[in-house]
Each structure stands twice: as C-alpha cells, then as structure tokens.
Design a protein around this ligand. Structure first.
Ligand code: PGA
Length: 240
C-alpha cells in the first residue's frame, strides 16, 4: 500500500509563507514515494487550496468543530474544508488533547463527522512517558481507539497516527523496536474493532531516522511536525 507522508505545521506559516513553501515543494514533489498531505494552520488553508489545485498533493485541517456551523466562536468548519478541496482532517492530536482539553468522546464525534462529509479522519493516539513507564501503553491506546472510533464507519477511509507524546517535538524518537512493537499492537486493536487503516508514526521524525522507522512492521508512513517546515527536510522524508 502507498505510504502517507503528512506535514503538521501547527501554528506556523502565514498564507504568504504557505504559498512560497508549496510552490517550492511542487518542484520537488515528483521525488516523493507516497501520498503527501499538508496540514497548514486554519488561516492558511485557502492559500494551500489555491496553490495545490491539480497538483496531486493533498491538504487538510489540524482540527475542526464537531458541528459544521453554529454559535461556536473561534472554531473552524470541516464542511468549509471540504468545499475548499481538503481531503484529510487531523483529529485528536496530543496538543489538542493536552492544551485544549479534548476528550475521547469529542474526538469520536469529529471522526464520525469527517467520515460523513467524505473527509478522511487522521486519528492521533499516543501515550505519555508516565503511561509508558507504568506499562499502560497498550491499555491507553486501546481506549483511545475504542472511543475515538465508537461512531466511525469501518467501510469508510480512516488513517491512524501513533505519536508517543514523549517523542513529539522533543528530539527523542521512539526506537525502531518500540515502533514495531507498538504498531503491531495498534494493528491488532484495530482488527479487533473491525477497522483496517494505515498506521503512521509521528514524533521527532527526521531525514536521518526516517528509513529505519519506515522499515518497521505496520508503519504506513509519517506524521511530521518540525522537520516538515523546510522543503529540503520534508522532501527527504517523503522520498524515503
Ligand atoms: P514533531 O511533531 O515531528 O515535531 O515531533 C510531530 C507532531 O506533532 O505531529
């Protein structure tokens, strides 16, 4: 199956910076060995939509509200994303869970909404360092998947991104053994719940660790933060 290389830009890149990055990226995109998806900040999504038209490069939003419209000051609509040509929706990133108090039930609603609109939910799961050290990783991932997918349709497209919280933005990447073992667990949990989905790894992915990580069992690609902000480092990862 085609690998997926997704760029989570978080709160970086203005519309102008988005255009300039994507115009440069389009020149090297043919080197990519899988599908490429950009998640710009919400205010730069329209710029991405214009730039990427007809390019074969996908984009999506980092978050959205569980309803498509209403009195929800400060939120963004998945329906508007769809209208702009977006294909993916990142849901339940650990920063959303930790900083913005998103819980598994809200996340489950968003996954269902994305699927109902014909968007592909990219559901993020992952354990904290404390949870890993107390050997609770399996149980945490099982709960996040069971609740996050409680309203999802197994017949519709889905992507899961496993991102150990302790590896995000820390430079502390999971070892290939940890990735292989945990991705196998995630694969088995998904099977038991009746889902099949590519499982991306995320957390300090860099050009120099990408090929080793991609070779591990059940690694369907990457969700990349810091190293996706420069064309050179991101295309190196996407051409692994
Ligand atoms: P990182 O971020 O690659 O900078 O660790 C990954 C993410 O937050 O998705």
């Amino acid at each position: 199956m085609k690998k997926i290389f997704a760029a989570n830009w978080k709160l970086f890149k203005s519309p102008q910076e988005t255009r300039s990055f994507l115009n440069s990226f389009k020149k090297v995109f043919s080197q990519a060995t899988g599908e490429v998806v950009f998640f710009p900040p919400a205010i730069s999504i329209e710029a991405a939509s214009e730039c990427l038209k007809g390019s074969g490069i996908h984009f999506g939003a980092q978050n959205c509200h569980a309803q498509v419209q209403g009195a929800f000051t400060g939120e963004n609509s998945a329906q508007v994303l769809k209208e702009l040509g977006g294909t993916y929706l990142l849901i339940g990133h650990s920063e959303r869970r930790q900083i913005f108090s998103e819980n598994d039930s809200m996340i489950g609603e968003k996954v269902a909404l994305a699927q109902n609109l014909g968007l592909i939910p990219m559901l993020c799961i992952g354990e904290t360092l404390e949870e890993r050290e107390s050997i609770h990783t399996f149980r945490i991932l099982e709960t996040q998947l069971a609740l996050g997918l409680s309203k999802a349709d197994p017949s519709k497209p889905l992507v899961v991104a496993y991102e150990p919280v302790w590896a995000i933005g820390t430079g502390k990447v999971a070892t290939p053994e940890q990735v292989s073992e945990t991705h196998t667990d995630v694969y088995n949990i998904l099977q038991r719940l009746g889902f099949t989905a590519p499982i991306l790894y995320g957390g300090s992915v860099k050009p120099d660790n990408a090929s080793n990580l991609l070779a591990q069992s059940h690694v369907g690609g990457f969700l990349v933060g810091g190293a996706s902000l420069e064309v050179e480092s991101f295309i190196k990862i996407a051409s692994t």
